[in-house]
Design a protein. Structure first.
Length: 591
């Protein structure tokens, strides 16, 4: 069977193309990639902006809108409802294919001339400050989320309410500062924990109640730092813990982080899976190098954030009863046979398209709905379309696009990052693969300058009251300086305000005011999760303890007192201090 090693056109490192990869590429009729999987992922991510929002003007109604496109780029934007209406001609910017110019240059010209929706939201009520959201009510600065109410400063939240500062959670209620958690009520500062209530600082816990600073606990109540208390003893100890003080909160965060390193981590989180590699995968099979897979994904590879998907490669935000998708971002929903797509749903047989919906047989199109047999937004008959597309593909290879780093883009390459409407530090690439301004420029990406703001900081973070009990509603009038002051790569806004619902939340739960702006707080949460990358490692269990002798095993394992022979792929870097156990050893210790 065919197998090859190649040198990535971008990073110049070697990567392998396996036999099953060649079979997939042949099935969908594309050439094998010239970039390695990680470089392909970064390239796709440069085409998705979730968190950078701007003030803009609708090109049709002249209404002021919130938009994901910087005004400096001079795109024509329509407010979302108008863009989805039939009040404008979707083919107005259509043009004939020009065989004297590279395809990607023509696509960028079309993109520049076509009206774009200001945001990628659907059915949002009193939630205009957010992007890539659906079915939201009274949500603020929340992104890539679905079916939430009264949620603020969150990303990747699902079916949650009355909560703030969440990342990749489902069914959280009355919660604060949780990451990768599900089914929580009144739980705060927790990670990788499920089906629990009335607790603080949980890590990899399940079905617990009234616990504080616990790791790997199952079906327990009244524990503090994994030590069992009576109900009365627990309540007595909790009265001594005052998280309303910012100083105290920071100290407990540090204590818990150090405490967590004393316990083994599961090498990966899989639930009801068969033959998978990656992390955070649920109810799926034969998925390789996949992350954050929420169920129903089969025979797929290099997919991040996917659900209900079959036989697909290389996607971020892929799925929804979809199959045969390749190299896309935010694409799927009753879809089939996508190649090189962005923000595209409900289509079949489309290639190199952006923002197209409920259409079929499109090539190089932007913003079309309920159309078929279009190229560069120009309408063709079926016969004309089927004759012209092969000629264009041949032309893409004969006259490929070359970017400013002399990387070559023929047919089979995703859109060049330098043609993206978003700067690198506006896009999610900066979130998952952060770079400095110097590094961005060296790699040939664009660095976006921060938006000039007309406010004046009235209270530096360092001058805020330590305890929430000492703060009155006068804080609502203040402009607070972010403690990072822009000296970071976190899309820092340098300043922020406290909104009324947020202030009431802090008072109700006795939590101190934050010292960082919402973007910097988001990056802090993001740092708690593992990267979209895998390393081959040995199990850290060596019989009666972990290899570093910090953790003493509580149960006997299949390998007895000898080191565990198991190897695996994990998203825990060998450079980290975490104790990483294989599935069998972890289950023996945590049951």
């Amino acid at each position: 069977m065919r197998q090859e090693s190649r040198i990535c056109q971008n990073c110049k490192q070697e990567f392998r193309i396996e036999p099953e990869d060649f079979a997939f590429y042949e099935k969908i009729q594309v050439p094998p990639p010239t970039w390695c999987s990680e470089c392909r992922m970064v390239r796709r991510m440069t085409w998705r902006n979730e968190r950078a929002l701007y003030h803009g003007i609708c090109g049709a109604t002249t209404k002021k809108v919130i938009a994901m496109f910087s005004p400096e780029k001079h795109f024509t934007i329509y407010e979302r409802d108008y863009w989805w209406s039939d009040k404008w001609d979707q083919l107005v910017a259509g043009r004939a294919y020009d065989f004297s110019k590279p395809f990607f240059l023509q696509f960028r010209e079309l993109f520049q001339a076509t009206p774009l929706p200001n945001l990628a939201n659907s059915n949002v009520v009193d939630s205009e400050y957010g992007n890539h959201n659906a079915d939201m009510k009274n949500c603020y600065l929340t992104y890539a989320s679905f079916h939430n109410e009264n949620v603020a400063y969150s990303s990747g939240a699902l079916n949650s309410r009355d909560s703030m500062d969440l990342l990749l959670v489902g069914e959280n209620e009355r919660c604060y500062e949780n990451v990768l958690c599900g089914g929580l009520y009144n739980v705060h500062f927790s990670q990788d924990s499920d089906d629990s209530l009335d607790s603080f600082f949980l890590r990899a816990c399940k079905d617990v109640k009234s616990c504080f600073a616990c790791v790997n606990v199952r079906r327990k109540s009244y524990q503090i730092f994994n030590r069992q208390y009576s109900k009365e003893g627990y309540e007595s100890e909790m009265k001594k813990i005052d998280l309303g003080s910012y100083k105290n909160l920071i100290e407990y965060r540090k204590q818990f982080a150090d405490f967590s390193l004393r316990y083994p981590k599961r090498h990966a989180t899989f639930l009801k899976c068969v033959d998978v590699a990656g992390d955070n995968i649920v109810a799926s099979k034969n998925c390789q190098a996949c992350f954050d897979i929420y169920g129903g994904v089969e025979d797929s590879k290099y997919v991040v954030h996917g659900t209900d998907l079959k036989d697909s490669y290389d996607g971020y935000g892929f799925g929804g009863w979809a199959e045969l998708l390749y190299e896309g971002v935010d694409s799927g929903i009753k879809a089939a046979r996508y190649k090189f797509t962005i923000f595209t749903h409900g289509c079949q047989d489309v290639e190199y398209v952006y923002g197209c919906h409920s259409s079929s047989h499109l090539f190089g199109c932007v913003g079309l709905r309920n159309k078929q047999y279009c190229i560069l937004n120009k309408q063709y008959t079926r016969e004309e379309y089927e004759k012209l597309v092969p000629r264009i593909i041949e032309h893409m290879n004969q006259m490929p696009y070359a970017d400013k780093k002399d990387r070559i883009y023929g047919y089979g390459e995703f859109f060049p990052s330098e043609l993206s409407p978003f700067a690198y530090n506006e896009s999610i690439a900066q979130e998952y693969f952060p770079l400095t301004k110097k590094e961005v420029n060296e790699k040939g990406f664009e660095w976006g300058s921060p938006t000039e703001r007309d406010y004046k900081v009235t209270v530096p973070a360092s001058d805020l009251s330590d305890h929430i009990k000492d703060v009155n509603d006068g804080i609502l009038k203040e402009v607070i300086g972010c403690a990072d002051r822009g000296a970071c790569n976190h899309q820092c806004t340098t300043a922020f305000k406290i909104i009324p619902d947020e202030f009431s939340f802090y008072k109700k739960f006795n939590f101190p005011l934050p010292r960082l702006c919402p973007n910097c707080r988001y990056y802090t949460r993001l740092s708690l999760r593992n990267p979209f990358r895998l390393w081959k490692r040995h199990c850290d269990c060596v019989g009666i303890s972990s290899a570093n002798k910090i953790y003493a095993n509580q149960a006997s394992h299949f390998h007895g007192s000898a080191p565990c022979p198991n190897e695996f792929e994990t998203s825990y870097s060998p450079e980290k201090k975490d104790i990483v156990y294989c599935e069998a050893c972890y289950k023996d210790e945590v049951s």
